[in-house]
Design a protein around this ligand. Structure first.
Ligand code: AMP
Length: 395
């Protein structure tokens, strides 16, 4: 892959794809990890005297341009503070107008949420190409540094790379070198921990990881479909019955390959999805029909922590419970602490697990790597070719 070392940006106008899809709490950025992760590339472009830099990024899944909840305005403000320099927020109307003059908007700019234009994520390549032509029009060079989006075929990630001399930025370079080392030669035992809510999204990944990992730990909301498949009554816990046969397949595959799948053995169950609800700890065979599991229990925390301790490589993606609500955050905290305390090579997949680690205030240097890309890191570890990286290539 071409990197910043092999492309000339001096006096060039640079289009920079970033992943600035940060979480918000009451309108305030609650985890700015992804913004901070872009700074090395941005600062290098500034130092190398790029003539102008326009950052392209998305936030959430807006359905129309008028949905101002998804404006990048708060991110522009934060970038100005972090860079200590003005950053202009540019609307699509302005940037895609015939008479748009890049020199008139200041050296560093941020294009408003690229997903305000539905062509960005269109399944139709001609639509994506249309948008990428508009994006590329004013620029000499494309730098791709949004690791969290390289697994997506999207106009500002893939198509635009075919229109301009392209390279990846320092963040993608760092992320891929960490994941390459695990993909090619993981120190063993190699344990993958999966959590979060959406079992259907993650099953394909789980199946492929069975080929490479020595042990799989499954917690969080996705564990209940696995527990149900094993015959446990999970009450009102999250359950994805449509994925049940896939889950059974997955467990059969794991057995054939001799890869253990560790599931929760006890749970924190609650009456409702709220902070003030009644809750209790039960063994997995004691979940009443009107209770829902919202976190792993204390015995499970020990079981999972012991496996982490025994492993030489540990990759973790997805919370063990509803960590956003304090009464159900202990399981996710226990995993984060076990990872922080082990000597193994520890990687936190992006998204919620990274946000959880920062929320708990654990020193980030105690992990080998905190990725900015959740889905992208898992797909990379499956050994899949990611379209956003393939598009950069060696040219
Ligand atoms: P995902 O986007 O699939 O990684 O899911 C992340 C979300 O899963 C977080 O917002 C968690 O609150 C949620 N989650 C984790 N465990 C549970 C659970 N036991 N029940 C419901 N939601 C959960």
């Amino acid at each position: 892959m071409r990197t910043l070392d092999s492309i000339d940006v001096t006096n060039k106008s640079v289009l920079l794809r970033a992943d600035l899809n940060v979480p918000f709490n009451d309108g305030v950025i609650s985890d700015e990890g992804r913004i901070l992760a872009l700074l090395p590339t941005l600062n290098e472009l500034i130092q190398k005297n790029a003539k102008s830099i326009m950052i392209v990024a998305h936030l959430g899944r807006p359905t129309s341009a008028s949905d101002t909840r998804f404006s990048l305005h708060p991110i522009q403000k934060r970038l100005e503070v972090l860079l200590n320099t003005p950053v202009t927020l540019v609307s699509h109307e302005e940037a895609f107008a015939q008479n748009f003059n890049l020199n008139s908007i200041g050296r560093i700019s941020l294009l408003e949420n690229i997903r305000f234009d539905s062509r960005e994520t269109s399944k139709d390549p001609t639509k994506r190409m249309e948008l990428s032509r508009l994006l590329a029009a004013q620029f000499d060079v494309f730098i791709s540094d949004g690791f969290g989006v390289v697994h997506r075929k999207q106009a500002s990630v893939t198509e635009v790379a075919n229109l301009l001399p392209s390279a990846v930025g320092r963040l993608i370079e760092k992320e891929t070198s960490v994941f390459d080392s695990i993909l090619n030669k993981p120190n063993r035992p190699y344990t993958v921990i999966m959590g979060g809510a959406k079992v259907a999204d993650k099953l394909a990944v789980v199946k492929r990881l069975l080929n490479v990992a020595d042990c799989l730990i499954i917690g969080g909301g996705m564990a209940y479909t696995f527990l149900h498949a094993k015959g446990f009554e999970v009450g009102r816990s999250l359950l994805d019955l449509e994925s049940l046969s896939d889950v059974k397949d997955c467990m059969d595959q794991a057995q054939d390959r001799g890869v253990p799948i560790l599931l929760p053995i006890d749970l924190v169950v609650a009456k409702e999805f709220s902070v003030t609800t009644e809750s209790k700890i039960v063994d997995i065979d004691q979940v009443g029909s009107d209770w829902m599991g919202l976190d792993i229990g204390p015995k499970t925390r020990i079981l999972f922590a012991e496996q982490i301790q025994k492993s030489a490589t540990i990759v973790w993606n997805g919370p063990m419970g509803v960590f956003e609500l304090d009464p159900f955050s202990a399981g996710t905290l226990a995993i984060a602490q076990a990872m922080a305390n082990t000597d193994g090579f520890t990687v936190i997949g992006g998204g919620d697990s990274a946000a959880a680690v920062r929320k708990f205030g654990i020193d980030e240097t105690r992990f080998s790597h905190i990725s900015t890309g959740g889905g992208a890191s898992l797909e990379y570890l499956e050994g899949k070719e990611l379209p956003g990286l393939a598009a950069i290539g060696e040219k």
